[in-house]
Write a protein that binds this ligand. Structure first.
Ligand SMILES: Nc1ncnc2c1ncn2[C@@H]1O[C@H](COP(=O)(O)OP(=O)(O)OP(=O)(O)O)[C@@H](O)[C@H]1O
Ligand SMILES: [Mg+2]
Length: 603
């Protein structure tokens, strides 16, 4: 009985919450849940089984009070079949137990399975999105959809819906049985419960508002902590520890205060519900007892009436609680479906062409115009034409923001050009499968990405099937071998998240080794702008030089030493090519390159 009262208290709060949408969720429509059907369909057999088990368990549960009534009315008479009554009751309990266990297992299985499928589907969808998608969607949001939203769906599919169904059966069945047992008492208890429950719904709304508030406060607290923990070196370098501790304390204090306010209201509400519901039941029991004394009702009827009343109240409680969950899950499903429906902007053509198996690539930019999707008004490239012969090394130079990295983004077809075309070995890259195109290109990005794995795995990212010997060979070429062997466990040394255990120059050499291992016909190098000390710069230089051997290379150069090794120089400014020529020619011409070169030489 206690349990049912407790769930009534939850219920009241839940009813209130179902009506006030959570600020962070978009409009929640129940129809959003239909998006789950493709994920549920493969398991229709199991769903049917769960439903049958559920119905059987509910029916069994509703017979318990009947058995109790018979026991009270006929079981205590001497000579009656008291033993068989108890055996019957025990049999019902046993059956009920097994049915409930079966339903629980099957339903939970469906919930876990559907969530796992949903997670995989959303993740694989997300990984195929173009960079444009990630410019508008925060990665944190995708992660939260993958974890929090799928967990909501799991709660609903894996328990709430079945709990809700069971409780609706319990509620409806209980009401019917109450009416059958005693129509008069049923009418009285109905009126009393309405009088008790309605005002409490208002209070419940307040509880829910406060509980959302305290949830938000907790989220604030973790946001504060998350940001600061990621920036510990900066915090300590500026000796802001005490400042940050105070900030966190204030935020924790706020969440404490709002939690306590909610608890006070909740406590008052529990008192109201327990006295109200128990009062009503006691009152009806008193009326019933009089009927029993007057002989118009049997003791067994009264006992089963009380049990049905408890079952019914518990049923309402759970249904209302589940309703809140279902609405939240509808919102979560809606957001997940949005992600699943997102089409990548860059797609494989229906009849992709093949690149020739040549070890060398030629590249041609033809009047390429391009602007980033988020900045439709400013051209990042404005009529760029450039021919790169097979095996040539071309250096791109120019001031920051000139559009150098953009050239690489377009070559990798992370974005499509707005005008003109890019050709590799004479084929327009839009006619290629992006995966095939990218398999022909090796890239060493401006900031090398290191995964939280060992050196072997990090270099092997360039070519998954490379043997250990090949990895070491590539590391030697990139001059990474010399520092890796001195790490505590050599190539098996864990490099830390985001490569925190490596220096900038070491990270770059790992990235170069990766590109060398891939051994692509076309190599794109985006030289790091971050200053390296002279020694590691020399090492990175030698690594690059080795990587560029016998390959078509396009290199974004920030250092004169790199520029000098190029066959030709392309000087860019404001999305346009302003000069092309050999380093010596351009120096003589006294244009932008000559100015840039003298600046760097001076420093
Ligand atoms: N994802 C993006 N969305 C919108 N604009 C962008 C994006 N990436 C770059 N830009 C803009 O495009 C222009 C060219 O950027 P790009 O990265 O090609 O410069 P860069 O020549 O590589 O400069 P740096 O030498 O500093 O690396 C810049 O004005 C930049 O602000
Ligand atoms: Mg750049």
């Amino acid at each position: 009985m206690n349990a049912s009262i407790d769930s009534t208290a939850n219920a009241v709060a839940a009813v209130a919450s179902a009506e006030t949408p959570r600020a962070k969720l978009p409009a929640r429509r129940l129809s959003d849940l239909s998006g789950l059907w493709p994920f549920l369909r493969p398991y229709r057999g199991k769903i049917l089984l769960a439903f049958v088990l559920l119905c059987a368990a509910s029916a069994t549960m509703l017979t318990v009070p009947l058995a109790l009534r018979d026991l009270i009315d006929h079981g205590f008479v001497a000579g009656s079949a008291i033993n068989s009554h108890f055996i019957g009751l025990f049999g019902v309990a046993l059956l009920w137990g097994f049915l409930v266990a079966g339903r629980f297992y099957v339903v939970s299985w469906i919930g876990e399975r559907v969530t796992a499928d949903l997670r995989s589907a959303v993740y694989s969808r997300t990984l195929t999105q173009s960079p444009e998608f990630f410019e508008t969607t925060k990665t944190g949001e995708v992660v939260s959809r993958l974890t929090a939203d799928t967990t909501l769906v799991q709660t609903v599919v894996g328990s709430s819906i079945s709990m809700g169904l069971r409780s609706s059966f319990q509620f409806v069945g209980g009401m019917v049985m109450l009416a059958v047992t005693s129509l008069k008492l049923f009418a009285i208890i109905l009126v009393l419960l309405l009088v008790v429950v309605l005002p409490l719904i208002a209070v419940g709304r307040g509880v829910k508002r406060l509980s959302r508030e305290s949830q938000d406060r907790i989220a604030d607290t973790s946001a504060v902590a998350g940001e600061i923990l990621n920036a510990i070196p900066t915090v300590q370098a500026f000796t802001h520890e005490q400042f940050e501790i105070d900030r966190y304390d204030r935020s924790v204090e706020q969440s404490f205060v709002s939690a306590i306010r909610r608890t006070q209201l909740r406590a008052g509400m529990s008192a109201g519900i327990i006295t109200g519901v128990f009062g009503a039941i006691v009152f009806v029991l008193w009326l019933g007892a009089q009927s029993v004394v007057a002989g118009s009702m049997t003791a067994g009827d009264l006992a089963s009436f009380i049990v049905y009343a408890g079952l019914t109240a518990g049923g309402v409680g759970v249904v209302a609680e589940v309703w809140g969950d279902v609405m939240r899950a509808a919102g979560a499903t809606g957001r997940l479906m949005e992600l699943l429906a997102a089409e990548p902007v860059i797609r494989k053509p229906a009849m992709p062409e093949k690149l020739p198996e040549s070890r060398l690539a030629s590249v041609r930019f033809e009047q390429v115009r391009f602007h980033y999707p988020s900045r439709p008004k400013t051209a990042a490239l404005d009529g760029v034409s450039l021919d790169i012969r097979e095996g040539e090394t071309v250096a791109l130079v120019g001031p920051s923001g000139a559009g150098k990295t953009t050239m690489f983004q377009l070559l990798l077809r992370f974005y499509d050009v707005a005008g003109g075309a890019i050709r590799i070995n004479g084929i327009d890259i839009r006619k290629l499968d992006p995966a095939e195109l990218r398999s022909h290109i090796g890239i060493v990005p401006q900031d090398a990405v290191i995964f939280s794995a060992d050196a072997f795995e990090n270099i092997r990212y360039g070519r998954a099937d490379a043997s250990d010997a090949e990895v070491i060979e590539a590391a030697r070429t990139a001059r990474a071998d010399e520092f890796i062997v001195r790490l505590p466990e050599g190539y098996k040394t864990f490099l830390g998240e985001r490569g925190v255990r490596l220096s900038g120059g070491q990270r770059q050499r790992i990235a170069i080794a990766r590109a060398v291992l891939k051994n692509p016909p076309l190599l794109l190098l985006d030289e790091a702008t971050s200053a390296l000390d002279a020694e590691s710069e020399a090492l990175v230089q030698r690594g690059l030089e080795a990587a560029m051997q016998n390959r078509t290379t396009l290199i974004i150069a920030h250092r004169l030493s790199t520029v000098q090794r190029a066959d030709r120089l392309v000087v860019m400014e404001d999305g346009r090519i302003v000069e092309i020529g050999t380093p010596a020619e351009l120096k003589r011409n006294g244009g932008l390159y000559a100015r840039l070169a003298s600046l760097q030489l001076a420093s």
